[in-house]
Design a protein around this ligand. Structure first.
Ligand code: LMR
Length: 352
């Protein structure tokens, strides 16, 4: 069954009309690397540009790895390919980056996989409460056939998206501005910002809390203005977004994960000359190794920083506390197992 992103058609039309009226300032934004590289006669060949859009801070785990990738590509291709990294939702935010990829307005994105729910609801595996035991478990999953089946999913193929790799961030924690969250009771009546999708909505519902989907780039303001009372995110995102400035309490719960996948525009990718593409793929492999080896450490550093700064009152759930949460969140499994698919959930559980 084909599931095409409806807004892509509109984005494509807009891109064309922009180009037609001379508004497209960078002709390298098109989807075909061949167009960019096609030299005429002796003319110097144009540099291939990969626009890589993401929503987090440059000094976050993903931000650092994206910059590393750009550096490696420049080195390995002798500057024949340039990766332009656009951090902090500068170019596209949560709502638009996937559409922009399909339309060829960017060539690479690394969204938190939850956001792929737009195309394939199975990506919400990452939000299933307490599904992953530790970082090693998440890494084993990235290397598994189950993970490959997501990267090669039909909906991605139908939209000419290639899934190339998984990147790690870490476990999510709760922050809020109202009171310490020590037991499920404490969540009642509060409203939390979530990334996307029904699984996260159901997770908060199971605790008697409400939720609202808010783009990452607008979350700080939403927390500051009290549009929502709190949110969930990794230590590193909490730290690098400075949520501690606008939140008072943090609960260390490790109740769910936030991880990434690298997606590229397939026609663009395949239009790169084979030798150049091989170098870019080599750079991506190295950047991925770098990302996977630093993510947990960066999260630990952020946690230590948050503790030291003393702005957030921090509570760590004990194993007994966690068991209470896990029990209350069980309905999320009965509600969503069929959507995520029992095969995928079992495959992840069996990697433990
Ligand atoms: C979020 O929206 O909380 C995350 O997706 C941000 C990110 O990309 O890490």
């Amino acid at each position: 069954m084909k599931k095409k992103l409806a807004s892509v058609v509109l984005a494509g039309v807009m891109a064309l009309s922009l180009a037609a009226c001379g508004g497209a300032t960078d002709k390298q934004a098109g989807p075909q690397a061949g167009d960019q590289a096609a030299g005429q006669g002796d003319q110097k060949k144009e540099q291939i540009v990969i626009k890589f859009s993401h929503v987090v801070a440059p000094d976050s785990v993903k931000g650092k790895a994206a910059d590393k990738f750009a550096e490696l590509v420049a080195q390995k291709t002798d500057n024949k390919v340039k990766v332009e990294v656009y951090p902090s939702s500068q170019l596209y935010g949560d709502k638009d980056e996937l559409d922009a990829l399909v339309a060829g307005n960017v060539q690479m994105i690394a969204p938190s996989v939850t956001k792929m729910v737009k195309l394939d609801p199975r990506w919400q595996y990452v939000d299933m409460p307490f599904l992953f035991k530790d970082e090693e478990h998440a890494k084993k999953f990235f290397d598994s056939d189950a993970a490959k089946s997501l990267l090669n999913g039909q909906a991605l193929q139908d939209n000419d998206i290639l899934g190339l790799a998984f990147w790690e961030n870490g476990f999510k924690q709760f922050v809020n501005s109202k009171h310490p969250l020590k037991t499920p009771e404490d969540f009642k009546g509060l409203k939390f910002r979530v990334q996307a999708g029904k699984v996260l909505e159901s997770q908060f519902k199971s605790l008697g809390a409400g939720s609202a989907t808010i783009p990452f780039g607008e979350t700080y303001a939403a927390l500051q203005q009290g549009t929502v009372d709190g949110t969930e995110n990794t230590f590193n995102n909490i730290d690098t977004q400075k949520y501690q400035e606008v939140q008072k309490y943090m609960t260390v719960s490790n109740h769910g994960r936030l991880d990434y996948a690298i997606f590229v525009n397939k026609p663009f990718w395949e239009s790169m000359p084979a030798d150049i593409r091989a170098k870019v793929e080599e750079a991506l492999k190295e950047a991925t190794d770098y990302e996977l080896q630093m993510a947990a450490a960066e999260n630990q550093t952020s946690y230590d920083k948050l503790k030291q700064a003393g702005k957030l009152e921090i509570y760590e759930l004990s194993d007994a506390d966690k068991a209470q949460f896990e029990k209350l969140m069980e309905p999320v499994y009965s509600e969503f197992s069929n959507v995520i698919t029992p095969e995928l959930i079992d495959a992840i559980k069996n990697l433990k």
